[in-house]
Ligand binder design. Structure first.
Ligand code: KG4
Ligand code: ZN
Length: 358
């Protein structure tokens, strides 16, 4: 029998920091115990009055939040600095200044404790986050990564084994939600606002384009949809109906339906192409209920399964960073000694292929 104390003895505790955009996240996970505690501060309310993320304000707010959040997470986990085995941080992609706050804090914290500081790719964090749900997917699976900055379909064979199947040629899915929401006069971030408005609308009221739906490949394009929403909004304006709640709800519903239709169709196409029946959806747009139920129905019909991160971990958070570090350590992909060296950097633009096993 394995006692709790035995487990603890072998368990390496990792504290992870996320600061790539507008959320400050800190979490502790163990190589045996999994996620232990996490704390998050969202800057949404602060950026809302500007209609989008203001990078300099984001950096300054990360500076204010990171120490209290670290204290909060350590108290929640009942962990002292001396109990930690490693530190992890989002090294990219993201806003340079925002990334630098998390990276320099993580590196200094690690350096003061003689610990390694493991740089984590933000998208790998999103990709592996569905494993934090009660029921975790097994490898291999197809991942649909849909965030404010990315729209990608990937074949995931294991930790560090990601093959890109297709991606957006212009706007990301989250961006399509956010930009359409702005045209509808909704506040930032538009995705959740637009889908709330869509609930009372009729998606069939407008026939919006589904760009690249039949392109024959797994790439996406959303900029044409944005233009179509703009045209419909102008027409509503011209007919004096722009303020009509029912008309706006219909347009929101039609926009959501178009985005979800393209995402779901391509995800199913990726499953057919790879012969896999497990789909994982990650990133902020994974919180969208219409996308969730559409995929659940489709996967059930084909005898497969779709996995989502817990709703609270769909958007950016520290848990996925601590978790990705745990997974990389477990998989033997981390040279802990090497990451004890003092130098570090951030990668505002960083290809996920760079963290793949050759
Ligand atoms: O992953 P995330 O938090 O940040 C990035 O790394 O980009 O994703 C944020 C994106 C935003 O575009 C936001 O509008 C979208 O996710 N989003 C949603 C929903 N919740 C968040 N889009 C549609 N429906 C939602 N319920
Ligand atoms: Zn993200």
């Amino acid at each position: 029998m394995l006692w709790r104390s035995d487990i603890h003895y072998h368990d390496m505790l990792i504290i992870g920091f996320e600061s790539s955009c507008d959320e400050t996240g800190v979490a502790i996970a163990g190589t045996d115990r999994g996620l232990i505690a996490h704390a998050l501060h969202s800057q949404i309310a602060m950026h809302r009055e500007y209609g989008g993320v203001v990078p300099e304000l984001a950096s300054r707010d990360h500076i204010r939040r990171i120490v209290p959040l670290t204290r909060e997470v350590m108290a929640q986990a009942g962990v002292k600095p001396g109990d930690l085995g490693a530190v992890a941080y989002t090294a990219g992609p993201g806003l340079a200044g925002a990334l630098l706050v998390g990276a320099s804090f993580a590196k200094s914290f690690a350096w003061s404790l003689g610990l390694p500081a493991i740089p984590i790719h933000h998208l790998e964090g999103h990709l592996l986050s569905p494993q934090l749900a009660d029921e975790a997917p097994d490898f291999p699976f197809v991942a649909l990564l849909v965030s404010g900055g990315h729209t990608q379909l990937m074949r995931v064979a294991g930790v560090g084994r990601y093959e890109l199947l297709g991606e957006t040629l212009d706007d990301a899915a989250g961006e399509a939600f956010d930009k359409s929401a702005k045209l509808l006069g909704l506040s930032y971030p538009g995705g959740p606002e637009l889908s709330r408005l869509a609930q009372s609308g009729n998606p069939a009221a407008y026939d919006l384009p589904r760009p690249m739906l039949h392109s024959g490949n797994l790439d996406f394009s959303f900029s044409g949809l944005k233009t179509a929403v703009l045209t419909r909004m102008r027409a509503l304006d011209a007919s004096g109906r722009a303020a009509d709640p029912a008309a706006r709800a219909d347009l929101a519903a039609a926009t959501e339906a178009a985005i979800v239709d393209v995402l779901a169709t391509k995800a199913l196409q990726a499953l057919r192409q790879t012969g896999l029946r497990t789909l994982v959806v990650a990133g902020g747009v994974g919180a969208n209920q219409r996308l969730r139920s559409r995929l659940q129905t489709a996967l059930a019909a084909m005898g497969g399964r779709v996995y989502f991160p817990p709703l609270s971990l769909c958007t950016d958070n520290g848990a996925m960073i601590a978790w990705a570090a745990v997974q990389r350590v477990r998989a033997g992909l981390v040279d802990l000694q090497d990451f004890k060296r003092p130098e570090f950097g951030v990668r505002p633009r960083w290809d996920l292929q760079d963290v793949c096993i050759a």
